[in-house]
Design a protein around this ligand. Structure first.
Ligand SMILES: CC(C)(COP(=O)(O)OP(=O)(O)OC[C@H]1O[C@@H](n2cnc3c(N)ncnc32)[C@H](O)[C@@H]1OP(=O)(O)O)[C@@H](O)C(=O)NCCC(=O)NCCS
Length: 386
């Protein structure tokens, strides 16, 4: 059983931020989380910061000390964690383990990414470095193409349709309308989603997460101490991670992600829960097909039923299994290194009844699912109301 709780959370608005640099984005999120925890930056003992590629996006390596120094935490151990788009979920796990080990009492887990400094082709080339260079990125495939391959495999095996992909986008854009920090706070129609320009068949523009800047942070403490910081801490009751082959051609089945199945199986065991006990989830919808696969891999719906479920509205707020109440990567935005911690921030808000118009009624237990690369990494966290 995990004995770590969240006592403060912060996030910048996701989107394009030419006016701020990486350290400013980190600082906005970190200081918000620290203030919410009712502590000062000098009370934080260690920081773990997710980031995919500040070296390529912003010409800056070795970012962790720079981030903590700027945010008033000078001198503490500061470590960058990288697992592609799952970078900040692995930072979160490292922070949890640092507390569980007994070495630290107050730790910040965060993520930051500033992608929009580069033009789109260069961003896409950098993201492709998270796929296998020899078998995938080198020969020329990039992420929209890779997820298009998974989409075709799912369509072929289960009859999943482009309308079902579009249902994910329509739902997530509708949720993001109520998230003031989302990149796209605008609804879209099925017609608009289906008629958007093709990126990599069968995935069009509205099947893709956007290019984003942003940061997210949480303050973690030992659960038995958590009430000293806030009346409504959020308990982390599972933290797991699994891996898979880097290249798709070594996998038996492209309609599922093995790392997500393995990590979620372990997470349910750790939390002593079953998929039906999860009230809502933030899942890694980097492309709409990824949300459908996630809801199957997490055991919310049987294999092949994720598409019909979203089409029938079962994953809307107020329905059986609300998914991506924040707007998800699709509409909230996907500053890749910040996404995992941002997902936990949504759980923190929901479990404290602070999610406003996107609040899930009776939300007691939530789950985050953060995928790195083509699914070679996956980290799962489960959190519950105090
Ligand atoms: C799909 C993609 C190629 C579009 O990039 P682009 O062609 O440079 O698009 P632009 O930035 O020129 O934007 C053109 C318009 O589309 C909108 N737009 C861009 N991406 C969008 C998206 N994913 N969803 C909705 N709208 C989007 C922009 O807001 C802009 O609208 P406007 O004209 O009203 O201002 C890019 O968003 C992308 O690569 N996404 C995937 C990112 C990724 O792979 N992440 C990692 C996943 S593992």
């Amino acid at each position: 059983m995990i004995n770590v709780s969240v006592v403060g959370a912060g996030q910048t608005k996701f989107g394009r931020h030419p006016e701020y640099d990486l350290r400013e984005l980190f600082s906005f999120a970190a200081v918000e989380a620290i203030e919410e925890a009712g502590i000062s930056p000098t009370d934080v003992e260690a920081a773990f910061i997710g980031n995919l590629s500040a070296d390529r996006f912003n010409n800056q390596c070795h970012i962790a000390p720079m981030m903590v120094d700027f945010a008033g935490m000078k001198g503490i151990p500061a470590t960058k964690c990288e697992a592609a788009c799952a970078s900040s979920a692995t930072a979160l796990r490292a922070a949890i383990l640092a507390i569980e080990s007994g070495i630290h009492d107050v730790v910040i887990a965060a993520g930051v990414e500033k992608m929009s400094d580069q033009p789109t082709p260069s961003v896409i080339e950098t993201l492709a470095m998270a796929a296998d260079q020899t078998f995938e990125a080198g020969p020329g495939i990039t992420f929209p193409g890779i997820f298009a391959v998974l989409a075709v495999a799912h369509m072929h095996k289960y009859g999943t349709t482009r309308e079902q992909f579009a249902s994910v986008a329509v739902k997530n854009h509708a949720n993001a309308v109520h998230n003031p920090l989302a990149q796209y706070q605008k609804e879209i129609t099925m017609e608009k989603a289906l008629s958007s320009r093709m990126v990599a068949w069968p995935l069009g523009l509205f099947d893709c997460s956007p290019i984003s800047d942003g940061a997210a942070a949480v303050v973690l403490v030992r659960t038995k101490e958590a009430r000293k910081y806030t009346d409504a801490p959020v308990k982390i009751i599972a933290s797991t991670q699994a891996s898979d082959t880097m290249n798709l051609c070594d996998r038996d089945d492209l309609s599922t992600l093995g790392a997500a199945r393995r990590a979620s199986h372990k997470a349910y065991k750790q939390a002593k829960l079953e998929p039906q006990d999860i009230d809502f989830a933030e899942v890694h919808d980097c492309f709409t097909i990824a949300e459908i696969i996630a809801t199957e891999d997490l055991g919310f719906f049987k294999p092949g039923q994720g598409g019909p479920a979203v089409e029938q509205g079962l994953t809307r707020i107020g329905a059986e299994k609300p998914i991506n109440t924040s707007g998800g990567l699709k509409a909230k935005g996907h500053p890749v290194g910040a996404t995992g911690v941002s997902q936990l921030r949504e759980l923190y808000l929901q479990l404290r009844n602070e999610a406003g118009k996107r609040q899930v009624p009776n939300a007691d237990v939530g789950l985050t699912h953060n995928v790195g690369g083509t699914g070679a990494s996956c980290a799962i966290h489960i959190a519950s109301r105090w």
